[in-house]
Design a protein around this ligand. Structure first.
Ligand SMILES: Nc1ncnc2c1ncn2[C@@H]1O[C@H](COP(=O)(O)OP(=O)(O)O)[C@@H](O)[C@H]1O
Ligand SMILES: [Mg+2]
Length: 594
């Protein structure tokens, strides 16, 4: 009855999802794990069995007659006298316990290794799927949730689901082995004990099972909220301080942390409480057995071995039963984490995995005029298109500005141009070739500077040569890029030069310096096309003018596309396109260039 769950469609779904956490090679190891479990279960049972002749002999040396094999061995070894026999028995028992525990240790090491190495591998694979997932996936998810999946929920699935399932199987085997042995030795007393313990176990398990499932769900929610409040509070530290909102984040964190700790307390109690209850039950049971035996007029030679047998069995059975109960509840608790992680993996896969090939194939270069033809794009679930039938062309090394109110589709156009989004209709051609034909190649021709440069917590060098391994960064090119971004003098004056760490989130740099690092980053790869999305909007006017000058210095060496708010930013562009509600409504040739 307690195992009904193992056969339900729910349980099948559970196992199927669990299977996705292990690659095929690792699944093959499962049979070794099972073998190890059977072996340890056998050893545990034998251990209980070995205690019986020992205790019987202590209580009554003549009981040796009941163990024919043992008597034969004693005769063969020529042992005589109780002391010698006892020494033999104690020696065998001791050696056996040592071997058994060594085996248990080796197996434990193996199964923990299985668990943790696979958890690390899975989490890494999951990150890979997230990072390679189509950009649309990331528009739709909260990065803090993804972090929780990678860092908390995946290990949880491994320790709670896979680990506890292995524990469950091995404890069931041990319990079955010991109970089988007891049934042979003392059938009635065992049967009575089984009915009582089984019945009470089910009684404890049933109501807890429902709560375990519920708490598993609540745990996910509480964690999700916690992460969000952590992130939002710390990432928006300036706003938090200015609007005096620190306490707002603190109180939300407190509330959710308390929800989480209630759940954790429940989990811990479920892991421990059954044992406390079962221990009481066992003491009571043993007393009962003694009383029955005494009342039946049994002598100490009868009572003593029986008591020892049940005592030794209980010594192992109580923790086993406790673990079985705790493991079953744990599986229930982890089920929501399992579902959340696998669903999120499915979403990342469903969004499409985009792996572009950047091998420099000179013949495949994208050079020449950028032609945007009848381009349309509608975000998933959006009612109106963000871009509608846009036609425009940008000549090689021309610089163009794109303006329009916010929400008019400027960023969407850039995302399409960058190949992050795929057109719903229409196409973008460069030099007559659709960019979708070889997206990787096209992307290697573009440099992109967003409104907020994301700095990694590393040196200036690593931030300019973004994503390139240390050994193959060319400092010469870094300096060239920094020079074009007009940041070279600043970096030269730093005591550590290119090795200067930019600090967490780059708070040690001014806004203008951050943007210049972004420009240097875009230039490091020596692209054909440079794209700026409101790259100077967050800057003060003087800094903006400075940066705009740096950009203008690149004019007619690169194709430049600038999305801007302020007209001053684009006053020197060759042409300007105005967007409104997803439409290109006006094209003007700048006066200066007429
Ligand atoms: N991830 C998204 N999901 C749904 N709609 C979006 C998304 N991003 C932008 N939009 C919508 O698309 C339109 C164009 O947005 P966007 O290109 O960001 O405008 P702009 O950069 O000109 O301010 C807006 O109406 C905006 O609400
Ligand atoms: Mg925008």
């Amino acid at each position: 009855m307690i195992f009904e769950g193992l056969l339900s469609p729910q349980a099948r779904d559970y196992l199927k999802r669990l299977g996705r956490f292990l690659p095929e090679v690792e699944k093959k190891k499962v049979k070794w794990l099972l073998l190890g479990m059977i072996l340890t279960a056998g050893l545990e049972t034998t251990n209980v069995g070995l205690i019986l002749p020992f205790i019987s002999y202590v209580a009554d040396p003549s009981s040796i007659d009941r163990f024919g094999g043992l008597k034969l061995v004693i005769a063969k070894l020529g042992l005589n006298g109780e002391a010698q026999v006892l020494a033999l028995m104690a020696g065998v028992l001791l050696v056996f316990v040592i071997i058994k525990n060594l085996t248990v240790f080796v197996f434990l090491r193996f199964s923990l290794n299985f668990q943790f190495v696979n958890a690390a591998n899975f989490s890494t694979r999951l990150l890979e799927k997230y990072l390679f997932a189509n950009f649309l996936f990331h528009l739709d998810t909260h990065s803090s949730d993804l972090v929780a999946n990678l860092k908390d929920r995946t290990p949880l699935v491994f320790s709670r689901s896979i680990g506890q399932m292995m524990l469950l199987i091995s404890e069931i085997l041990i319990t079955a082995g010991i109970c089988g042995f007891l049934l042979i030795m003392r059938p009635w007393a065992t049967l009575a004990g089984l009915v009582v313990i089984g019945g009470l176990g089910t009684l404890i398990y049933r109501p807890l099972r429902v709560r375990a499932r519920l708490y598993g769900k609540l745990r996910i929610e509480a964690e999700q909220q916690l992460y969000r409040w952590f992130y939002q509070g710390l990432h928006g530290i300036k706003e938090a301080k200015i609007y005096d909102a620190e306490e707002y984040f603190v109180s939300r964190t407190r509330k959710n942390y308390h929800r989480l700790s209630d759940i954790q307390i429940f989990e811990m109690l479920m892991g421990q409480a059954p044992r406390l209850f079962l221990e009481g039950l066992t003491v009571g049971g043993l007393m009962l057995i003694i009383m029955v035996l005494v009342l039946q007029g049994g002598g100490s030679s009868e009572i003593f071995p029986t008591l020892a047998l049940f005592g030794a069995a209980a010594f192992r059975l109580v923790p086993a039963t406790n673990r079985i109960l705790a493991a079953m509840l744990s599986l229930k608790m982890a089920s929501q984490a399992l579902v959340t992680v696998t669903d999120s993996l499915d979403q990342a896969l469903a969004a499409g995995q985009v792996k572009t090939n950047r091998i420099a194939d000179q013949s495949a270069r994208y050079e020449g005029t950028i032609e945007i033809e009848a381009l349309c794009f509608t975000y998933p679930q959006a009612e109106n298109p963000a871009l509608n039938q846009v036609n425009l062309s940008i000549g090689r090394f021309e610089s163009v500005g794109i303006i329009g109110p916010s929400g008019s589709g400027k960023s969407t156009l850039l995302n399409l141009l960058l190949g992050l989004l795929t057109p719903s209709a229409g196409r973008i051609k460069v030099g007559g070739k659709d960019i979708q034909e070889n997206l990787g190649r096209w992307q290697s021709e573009i440099g992109f500077v967003p409104q907020n440069i994301y700095l990694i917590d590393d040196s200036i060098r690593a931030n300019v040569a973004y994503g390139i391994e240390d050994g193959i960064i060319e400092d010469q090119r870094i300096w060239e890029a920094l020079q074009m971004a007009q940041l070279d003098q600043f970096v030269k004056d730093l005591p550590h030069g290119l090795d200067t760490p930019v600090g967490e989130m780059g708070d040690k740099l001014s806004g203008g310096q951050r943007q210049r690092i972004g420009i240097a980053r875009a230039l490091y790869h020596n692209p054909e096309v440079l794209v700026f999305d409101e790259a100077t909007s967050a800057l003060d006017q003087d800094t903006e003018r400075e940066i705009t000058k740096s950009i203008e210095a690149l004019a007619h060496k690169k194709t430049i596309i600038i999305v801007a708010h302020r007209l001053s930013t684009i006053e020197n562009c060759d042409r300007v396109f105005r967007f409104e509600r997803g439409l290109m409504v006006e094209e003007q040739v700048n006066k200066i260039h007429k």
